[in-house]
Design a protein around this ligand. Structure first.
Ligand code: UDP
Length: 490
């Protein structure tokens, strides 16, 4: 009988933006390496993930018990998708209660395999405590970051030192990451700018982030060639390898399975895009669950209309309204806006969810107005599309800074969910990026250059292995080294 395959345990935080890249990584590993994969999550998430696993995959799903009501959360809330922002930190704190159950789950696996531990545990950036469990049980552990190197390095550094609290001015630098140059306080997500070290976000992160030293290294969904600054930060800071193995992205078929129901038929969308000239459409979307304020929405609509450019805009009810409720165009958009853009054929409003990768890979798309979540960034760069950045939370602010200052493929258009915006300013930035200006041309050239870097990094075969392919091999070499070392202990 053939030896059973060695097992990799994967454990993402309970949020779509985390589960999706983990699934992409699981499928990526399954396709390339001969290991079995066990995907761990809470019961309601496992139920949803089940339908996302392609029929030809043998990824196993394993439930870890969790009851949201025991943690002051509404019943049956196991995913940030259905939580208002202030409750997300509660879910993060609640997730630390999974530690004993996770330890038991790994111990049971070891017992079932007659003392043989899983090959490795790959866990979320929010599950630092899993590294401690892995260390206690002698299992190789890696953190997998769905965020980029630069963005996560800033996030890590800022949380640990809260440097903006020690300066009188609006500007500050990161004491252990000076290479990132200067920051403005307004470039911090609210959770950080309001943090004083004793609030619940600080308490969580100051427990979570330092625990990464127990890990054997960090896997990044990024490319060494353009993200080395951030990767080197972690190599120095933690004295651990950082493997840039990306971009690991879902195939279009698998995305359809994991994504939500699109608010438009992909065929209709393609037909619409086919009628537009090359490089003429702006795609506007703020990720899987963000929305903007009603006054921002009104100004954005005016900027889009005033710019005279073609656009596709994924709309959701503004902040303060149930995100899944009906979209009231007559209340939240300028009068007659929908009819005008429909009649002129210039714009498409897509409700809630659009097939993003299909849009970004269409040749008529010129730029992407995005919140700069890392998945969206990778999907844009993979297609050579420059960005207009509108960060809303987390490390997105640092991603915008990185894309604008380091890569030159982005212009920041707005900062934050609540700030006041003026349509004239947005319109000017849209024109700057999309028209035949020097800046616009330069950004498109740089975005194509980054696309080329991604292509090279992921090349596999014909005697050439790209840096991301080599990094995945290096990761598994490190895993094997630990396993063989453990087997050879006297
Ligand atoms: N996405 C999509 N259609 C939408 C909105 C989002 O397919 O209408 C996908 C997008 O392609 C990306 C993910 O959802 O893969 C969003 O991830 P990202 O890291 O950009 O942002 P987050 O949702 O985590 O804030």
């Amino acid at each position: 009988m053939a030896e059973p395959k060695e097992n990799i345990v994967m454990f993402p935080f309970m949020a779509q933006g985390h589960i999706i890249p983990f699934l992409a990584l699981a499928l990526h590993i399954e396709q390339r390496k001969n290991y079995s994969i066990t995907f761990v999550n809470t019961p309601l998430n496992i139920k949803k993930i089940k339908s996302s696993i392609p029929p030809n995959s043998s990824i196993k799903l394993l439930e870890i018990p969790f009851n949201s009501s025991n943690h002051g959360l509404p019943p049956n809330t196991e995913n940030t998708d259905i939580l208002p922002y202030p409750l997300i930190i509660k879910l993060l704190h609640a997730s630390t209660s999974l530690k004993p159950a996770f330890k038991t789950l790994i111990e049971d696996m070891i017992e079932e395999q007659e003392g043989k531990p899983p090959l490795c545990i790959i866990a979320d950036i929010f599950f630092g405590w899993t590294a401690t469990v892995a260390k206690e049980l002698g299992v190789f552990h890696a953190v997998f970051s769905g965020a980029g190197g630069f963005g996560l390095a800033c996030y890590y550094s800022v949380w640990l030192s809260l440097p903006h609290r020690d300066v009188d001015s609006d500007e500050f630098e990161l004491p252990d990451f000076k290479e990132a140059s200067r920051f403005h306080v307004s470039q911090l997500p609210l959770s950080i700018s309001e943090a004083d070290g004793s609030d619940s976000w600080s308490v969580f992160q100051r427990m979570n982030l330092p625990a990464w030293v127990d890990s054997n290294g960090i896997l990044f969904n990024t490319v060494e060639g353009f993200d080395q600054l951030g990767l080197d930060y972690f190599r120095k800071k933690l004295g651990r390898p950082a493997w840039a193995i990306g971009p690991v992205l879902m195939s279009v078929d698998n995305r359809t399975r994991v994504g939500k129901q699109a608010g438009i038929s992909p065929d209709f969308l393609k037909e619409w895009l086919d009628t537009k000239p090359e490089n003429s459409v702006l795609y506007v979307s703020f990720g899987s669950n963000n929305t903007i304020s009603s006054s921002q929405m009104m100004q954005l609509a005016m900027a889009l209309e005033g710019s005279g450019k073609n656009f596709i805009w994924v709309v959701r009810p503004p902040i303060g309204f149930d995100i899944n409720s009906e979209f009231k165009a007559e209340e939240w958009l300028p009068e007659g806006f929908e009819e005008r853009i429909k009649d002129s054929g210039r714009g498409l409003l897509v409700h809630s969810w659009a097939p993003q990768v299909e849009i970004l890979s269409h040749k008529s798309v010129c730029a992407f107005l995005s919140h700069c979540g890392w998945n969206s960034v990778l999907e844009a760069l993979n297609n050579g599309v420059p960005l207009l950045g509108w960060a809303m939370a987390g490390e997105q602010f640092f991603n915008v800074k990185f894309l604008e200052e380091e890569l030159g493929v982005c212009v920041e258009i707005v900062r934050g969910k609540t700030c006041e915006v003026r349509y004239e300013d947005m319109k000017a930035k849209i024109e700057l990026v999309m028209s035949e200006t020097e800046k616009g041309k330069e950004m498109r050239r740089k975005a194509k250059e980054v696309k080329g870097m991604i292509k090279n990094a992921t090349r596999d075969g014909y005697g050439f292995e790209g840096s991301s392919v080599e990094a995945l091999d290096a990761f598994f070499k490190a895993v094997m080294l630990k396993r063989d070392g453990a087997n050879h202990k006297p």
